[in-house]
Ligand binder design. Structure first.
Ligand code: CIR
Length: 253
């Protein structure tokens, strides 16, 4: 069960943020509306939402997930791999001081984005991507193992972040797309397989009694419902334009 969620309102500078997509320039008003509905959906899931104000200084800072890795006992402040995002960790660390006593830090030359970390009970999967380097992944694995968890490092082939293509639903069940469908690391899980044309919907979040999924993926929705999950669908068009998904917009703990 999650009790707390941290989100951050997007600023106007979001429009100048990083992206690799060719989906066009985001439009600010619909983006704000999508973010507002995201917060309302989380509240429906029964969590307390802490909403940080927009900061124009950091265009990508609404993607709070990348600045920290949170467990029930401790927080790891990351060292985001994109130069323009690195300063985002200061605010997130000071906010997390209100929730956690125990902190670890990923240190240079290690880099790590929270979007590359997936928790399945006490087993963590750490992607090596354009943002997370082998040293950052190694540091996080060491921290997690020292705290009694297991950790597996997964070099990515295609996905932007690890969680771009995978989600954990609980009950030993993974949602997998693309390179993770037949990946040996996830062999022991029951899987919900996402079709190639619906790949974006693999980035979904289980929050207590609901699975929040992006709007417009009927097949994915049916698969979740048939597996017994209640779903909430959210329009994510303006977030997707900047490589973001449902998980990126929050820290859940
Ligand atoms: C970036 O390039 O950093 C942002 N435009 C998107 C970050 C998405 N975050 C995530 O998947 N955890």
């Amino acid at each position: 069960m999650f009790e707390n969620i941290i989100v951050k309102t997007p600023g106007k500078s979001y429009l100048n943020g990083l992206t690799t997509s060719n989906l066009g320039k985001p439009v600010f008003e619909p983006l704000l509306e999508q973010h507002k509905l995201y917060v309302e959906a989380l509240e429906k899931c029964g969590v307390t939402v802490t909403q940080l104000p927009a900061s124009e200084e950091f265009p990508d800072s609404t993607f709070v997930e990348d600045a920290a890795v949170l467990t029930s006992d401790f927080a790891v402040i990351t060292n985001p791999g994109a130069e323009s995002r690195n300063g985002e960790i200061k605010e997130i660390e000071s906010v997390l001081k209100g929730f956690y006593d125990k902190f670890y830090y990923i240190k240079s030359p290690g880099t790590l984005d929270g979007g590359d970390v997936l928790q399945a009970e006490n087993h963590f999967y750490i992607g090596i991507s354009e943002r997370t380097n082998p040293e950052g992944a190694r540091q996080l694995k060491e921290i997690l193992e020292q705290e009694g968890n297991e950790a597996t490092i997964i070099p990515l082939k295609e996905f932007f972040h690890l969680k771009t293509g995978i989600a954990y639903l609980g009950d030993n069940r993974m949602v997998v797309a693309g390179e993770f469908i037949n990946h040996p690391a996830f062999e022991s899980y029951e899987k919900i397989i996402i079709d190639q044309e619906d790949e974006y919907s693999a980035n979904c979040i289980r929050v207590n009694d609901y699975v929040i999924i992006p709007k417009g993926y009927e097949k994915t929705k049916r698969k979740f419902n048939e597996a017994g999950y209640k779903t909430i669908e959210l329009e994510m068009s303006e977030v997707q334009k900047h490589d973001g998904g449902l998980s990126c917009l929050s820290l859940r703990f």
